[in-house]
Design a protein around this ligand. Structure first.
Ligand code: SF4
Ligand code: SF4
Length: 290
């Protein structure tokens, strides 16, 4: 048995035929757990490392089969209420639900299992496509570098979407592209809106760059939070200093992510007022281009 057989990673989801998670057609493996708690998070069901019960309200047909839960998690006296505190994540209700409205998010998979799964799509990768690790924050789980190593050994192109909070230099030789989040260059605002400091993100970015990582920045733009000229200038200056930066993508905030919070019983925190204007997006693009 080799090392990779023993390592398991907690996977939230494997999405096929993704066109926006790196070059070409990709299979995106979403891993659970993240050190940040961003105000604008659009994958909040992947924040916690622990498994969670998700409820897709729009799929529910109201059959009440889930009420058979022995722990009394699902009750219907005042509408469908889910007491997640009582849930033991046994998966019974998920199995019984006829419309797939319930899902245990977080499946422990060995590296071999993940490789077998993604290789089913290998015929579609062509010259540029491959596998992207996302989340959550992939590097929050030990074993991710081993997974990248194995993917490379299989001849698969690899990309990682990262919040940049961890030292990734060990993973550089096995990662074809880092999609590196720059959430805010203002230290105080970064801390306030993500729960984490920005300095480690920037330090890790330069360490990865020095180690030869190919990097593409992903700049989330949130109206009234980081839509100021100083931030734009800081991002442009960062790009200029990096040796291996191949570009930047602007990711305008969208309120849809807020509604996903409801899957785990949290409140919809999507706020349309945070969506940046066309003018703000264009100004940012212009600054980066210049
Ligand atoms: S079993 Fe599924 S479809 Fe039926 S009430 Fe429960 S969640 Fe809804
Ligand atoms: S996962 Fe098990 S314990 Fe949790 S709600 Fe479903 S049946 Fe009940």
């Amino acid at each position: 048995m080799n090392v990779a057989d023993e390592i398991t990673l907690r996977v939230s989801e494997i999405q096929r035929f993704c066109m926006h998670d790196g070059p070409g057609v990709r299979t995106t493996v979403f891993l659970k757990g993240c050190p940040m708690r961003c105000l604008w998070c659009h994958n909040s069901e992947m924040q916690k490392t622990e498994k969670e019960l998700l409820f897709f309200k729009n799929k529910c047909i109201g059959c009440r089969l889930c009420a058979s839960c022995k722990n009394g998690v699902h009750t219907f006296k005042y509408g469908h209420k889910i007491d997640r505190e009582k849930c033991l994540l046994c998966g019974e209700c998920e199995k019984n639900c006829p419309s797939s409205a319930l899902l245990i998010c977080g499946r422990d998979m060995s590296i071999d299992e993940i490789i077998r799964e993604v290789k089913k799509d290998a015929a579609f990768y062509g010259q540029t496509g491959g596998v992207t690790l996302s989340g959550g924050e992939p590097f929050a789980q030990p074993g991710v570098t081993e997974l990248l190593k194995r993917l490379k050994a299989e001849g698969i192109n690899t990309a990682v979407e990262t919040c940049g909070y961890y030292d990734v230099t060990d993973a550089v030789p096995y990662t074809d592209l880092f999609l590196w989040d720059i959430k805010d260059t203002d230290e105080a605002r970064h801390k306030k809106n993500t729960g984490c400091r920005n300095k480690p993100v920037i330090d890790d970015l330069f360490a990865a760059d020095k180690a030869g990582a190919k990097i593409r920045l992903r700049c989330i733009l949130v109206n009234g939070v980081n839509t100021d000229e100083t931030h734009y200038k800081n991002v442009a200056a960062l790009m200029k200093k990096l040796r291996n930066c191949v570009g930047a993508d602007i990711l305008p905030y969208h309120a849809y992510g807020g509604s996903k919070a409801e899957l785990t019983g949290r409140e919809d925190n999507g706020d349309k007022a945070l969506i940046p204007t066309e003018e703000q997006i264009n100004r940012f693009k212009e600054m980066i281009k210049n």
